[in-house]
Design a protein around this ligand. Structure first.
Ligand SMILES: Cc1ncc(COP(=O)(O)O)c(C=O)c1O
Length: 360
């Protein structure tokens, strides 16, 4: 992806070096405006990474410590950490076995007076049903905060993820659909008061240069990253179409084989295909077999947050979220990135069929 952009990227390096203004400057302001416009929100606030984005966004809502936020059990630990670092209790719920996203029944049944927010996670780049989530949250008068770390560019009913919640956050970790050359993240919201609070929180809690109003953090998106991300944003739609083409080819090649569960496309949703997750019984064997053919795969994720040693204190145990645990035992992420050729997708698919034929 970067090879085609080398000249433009070098121009950016030189411009930032010449300006010699590296933190909180014009490049960030410009990128925030462009990103907000792209997502379809009024404001975007650049931060140091996706976890900080979620943490600061949640902090801006000023939930009472000890209150609860509903989070899908099937996510990356960062979603849960963002709550914990705010003193908010994560209430994990299982996901839908079909699309691996927060289960609407679980969500509906878990809302109690102590629950003040829900954090839908658009896992693998696939958007959650934001219409239903906003309906449920609206009826219960709880906040929605989207974790769209994996889904920049994905849409639900024609609207981009990151535009549905009261306040939301994404990640620009290098491999994400829109990736920096290092860490980065962005908060999105339509609420001017929350925006102002986040602007302060990311900069030690300072209002301007000399007055500290809040106990804040140091979490800002650097000028160099903002300028590079601004360039890459122009290509995001094209890259998304390429990922989608690859995904469709996998779906076409692999459908009909009952030994593999494929991500399914739901109406009115357009996935960012950050990840192409398949599920097979002999996941580790298939992974080794593909590795032998020099095909790299990943697992997202082998261990869910509730079974991580660092989260033991939450009191969850194996068996608490059977659907999530099954996904973690069987999921394999196939290669999907702009530039992967159709011939390679066909070859990978053939290897998978071959493996599944011999391993029933
Ligand atoms: C679902 C989810 N939430 C949050 C994050 C945190 O983003 P970052 O790595 O930029 O802190 C990630 C990134 O890996 C993620 O996948």
């Amino acid at each position: 992806m970067h090879q085609d952009l080398q000249d433009e990227m070098k121009d950016i390096f030189q411009r930032v070096l010449k300006d010699s203004w590296f933190v909180l400057g014009n490049h960030l302001e410009k990128f925030e405006t462009e990103f907000a416009l792209y997502i379809g929100v009024k404001y975007a606030i650049g931060v140091g990474n996706g976890l900080d984005g979620l943490k600061i966004a949640l902090r801006s809502l000023a939930l009472e410590p000890g209150k609860k936020i509903i989070i899908p059990a099937m996510t990356f630990s960062a979603s849960v950490l963002a709550a914990l670092e705010n003193g908010i209790q994560p209430l994990l719920v299982d996901v839908d076995a079909g699309n691996c996203l927060i289960s609407m029944d679980e969500l509906r049944n878990s809302i109690t007076p102590d629950v003040k927010a829900v954090m839908p996670v658009h896992l693998y780049g696939n958007p959650c049903d934001m219409e239903k989530i906003n309906q449920l949250a609206g009826a219960a008068e709880i906040y929605v905060i989207e974790d769209f770390a994996q889904s920049a560019g994905a849409s639900f009913q024609g609207k981009y993820t990151g535009s549905f919640g009261k306040i939301n956050a994404t990640s620009f970790y290098p491999v994400k659909p829109l990736g920096a050359l290092g860490d980065g993240g962005m908060i999105t919201t339509n609420d001017p008061a929350l925006r102002d609070k986040c602007l302060k929180l990311r900069n030690y809690g300072y209002n301007g240069k000399y007055t500290m109003e809040l106990m804040g953090y140091n979490s800002r998106l650097d000028e160099i990253q903002a300028a590079l991300l601004g360039l890459k944003l122009k290509y995001l739609e094209t890259w998304k179409m390429e990922r989608e083409k690859i995904a469709r080819r996998y779906l076409q090649n692999l459908s009909g084989n009952e030994k593999i569960i494929l991500p399914f496309q739901e109406e009115n949703r357009s996935s960012a295909f950050h990840i192409f997750p398949v599920r097979v019984q002999k996941r580790d064997e298939l992974r080794n077999f593909l590795e032998d053919q020099k095909i790299q795969t990943q697992i997202h994720y082998p261990v869910p947050p509730h079974l991580q040693p660092g989260m033991k204190f939450l009191g969850y145990k194996k068996g608490d979220f059977p659907v999530t645990e099954k996904i973690c035992d069987t999921e394999l992420s196939l290669p999907v990135y702009p530039g992967l050729s159709v011939a390679d997708v066909d070859r990978i698919s053939e290897y998978i069929h071959d493996f599944l034929r011999r391993n029933s």
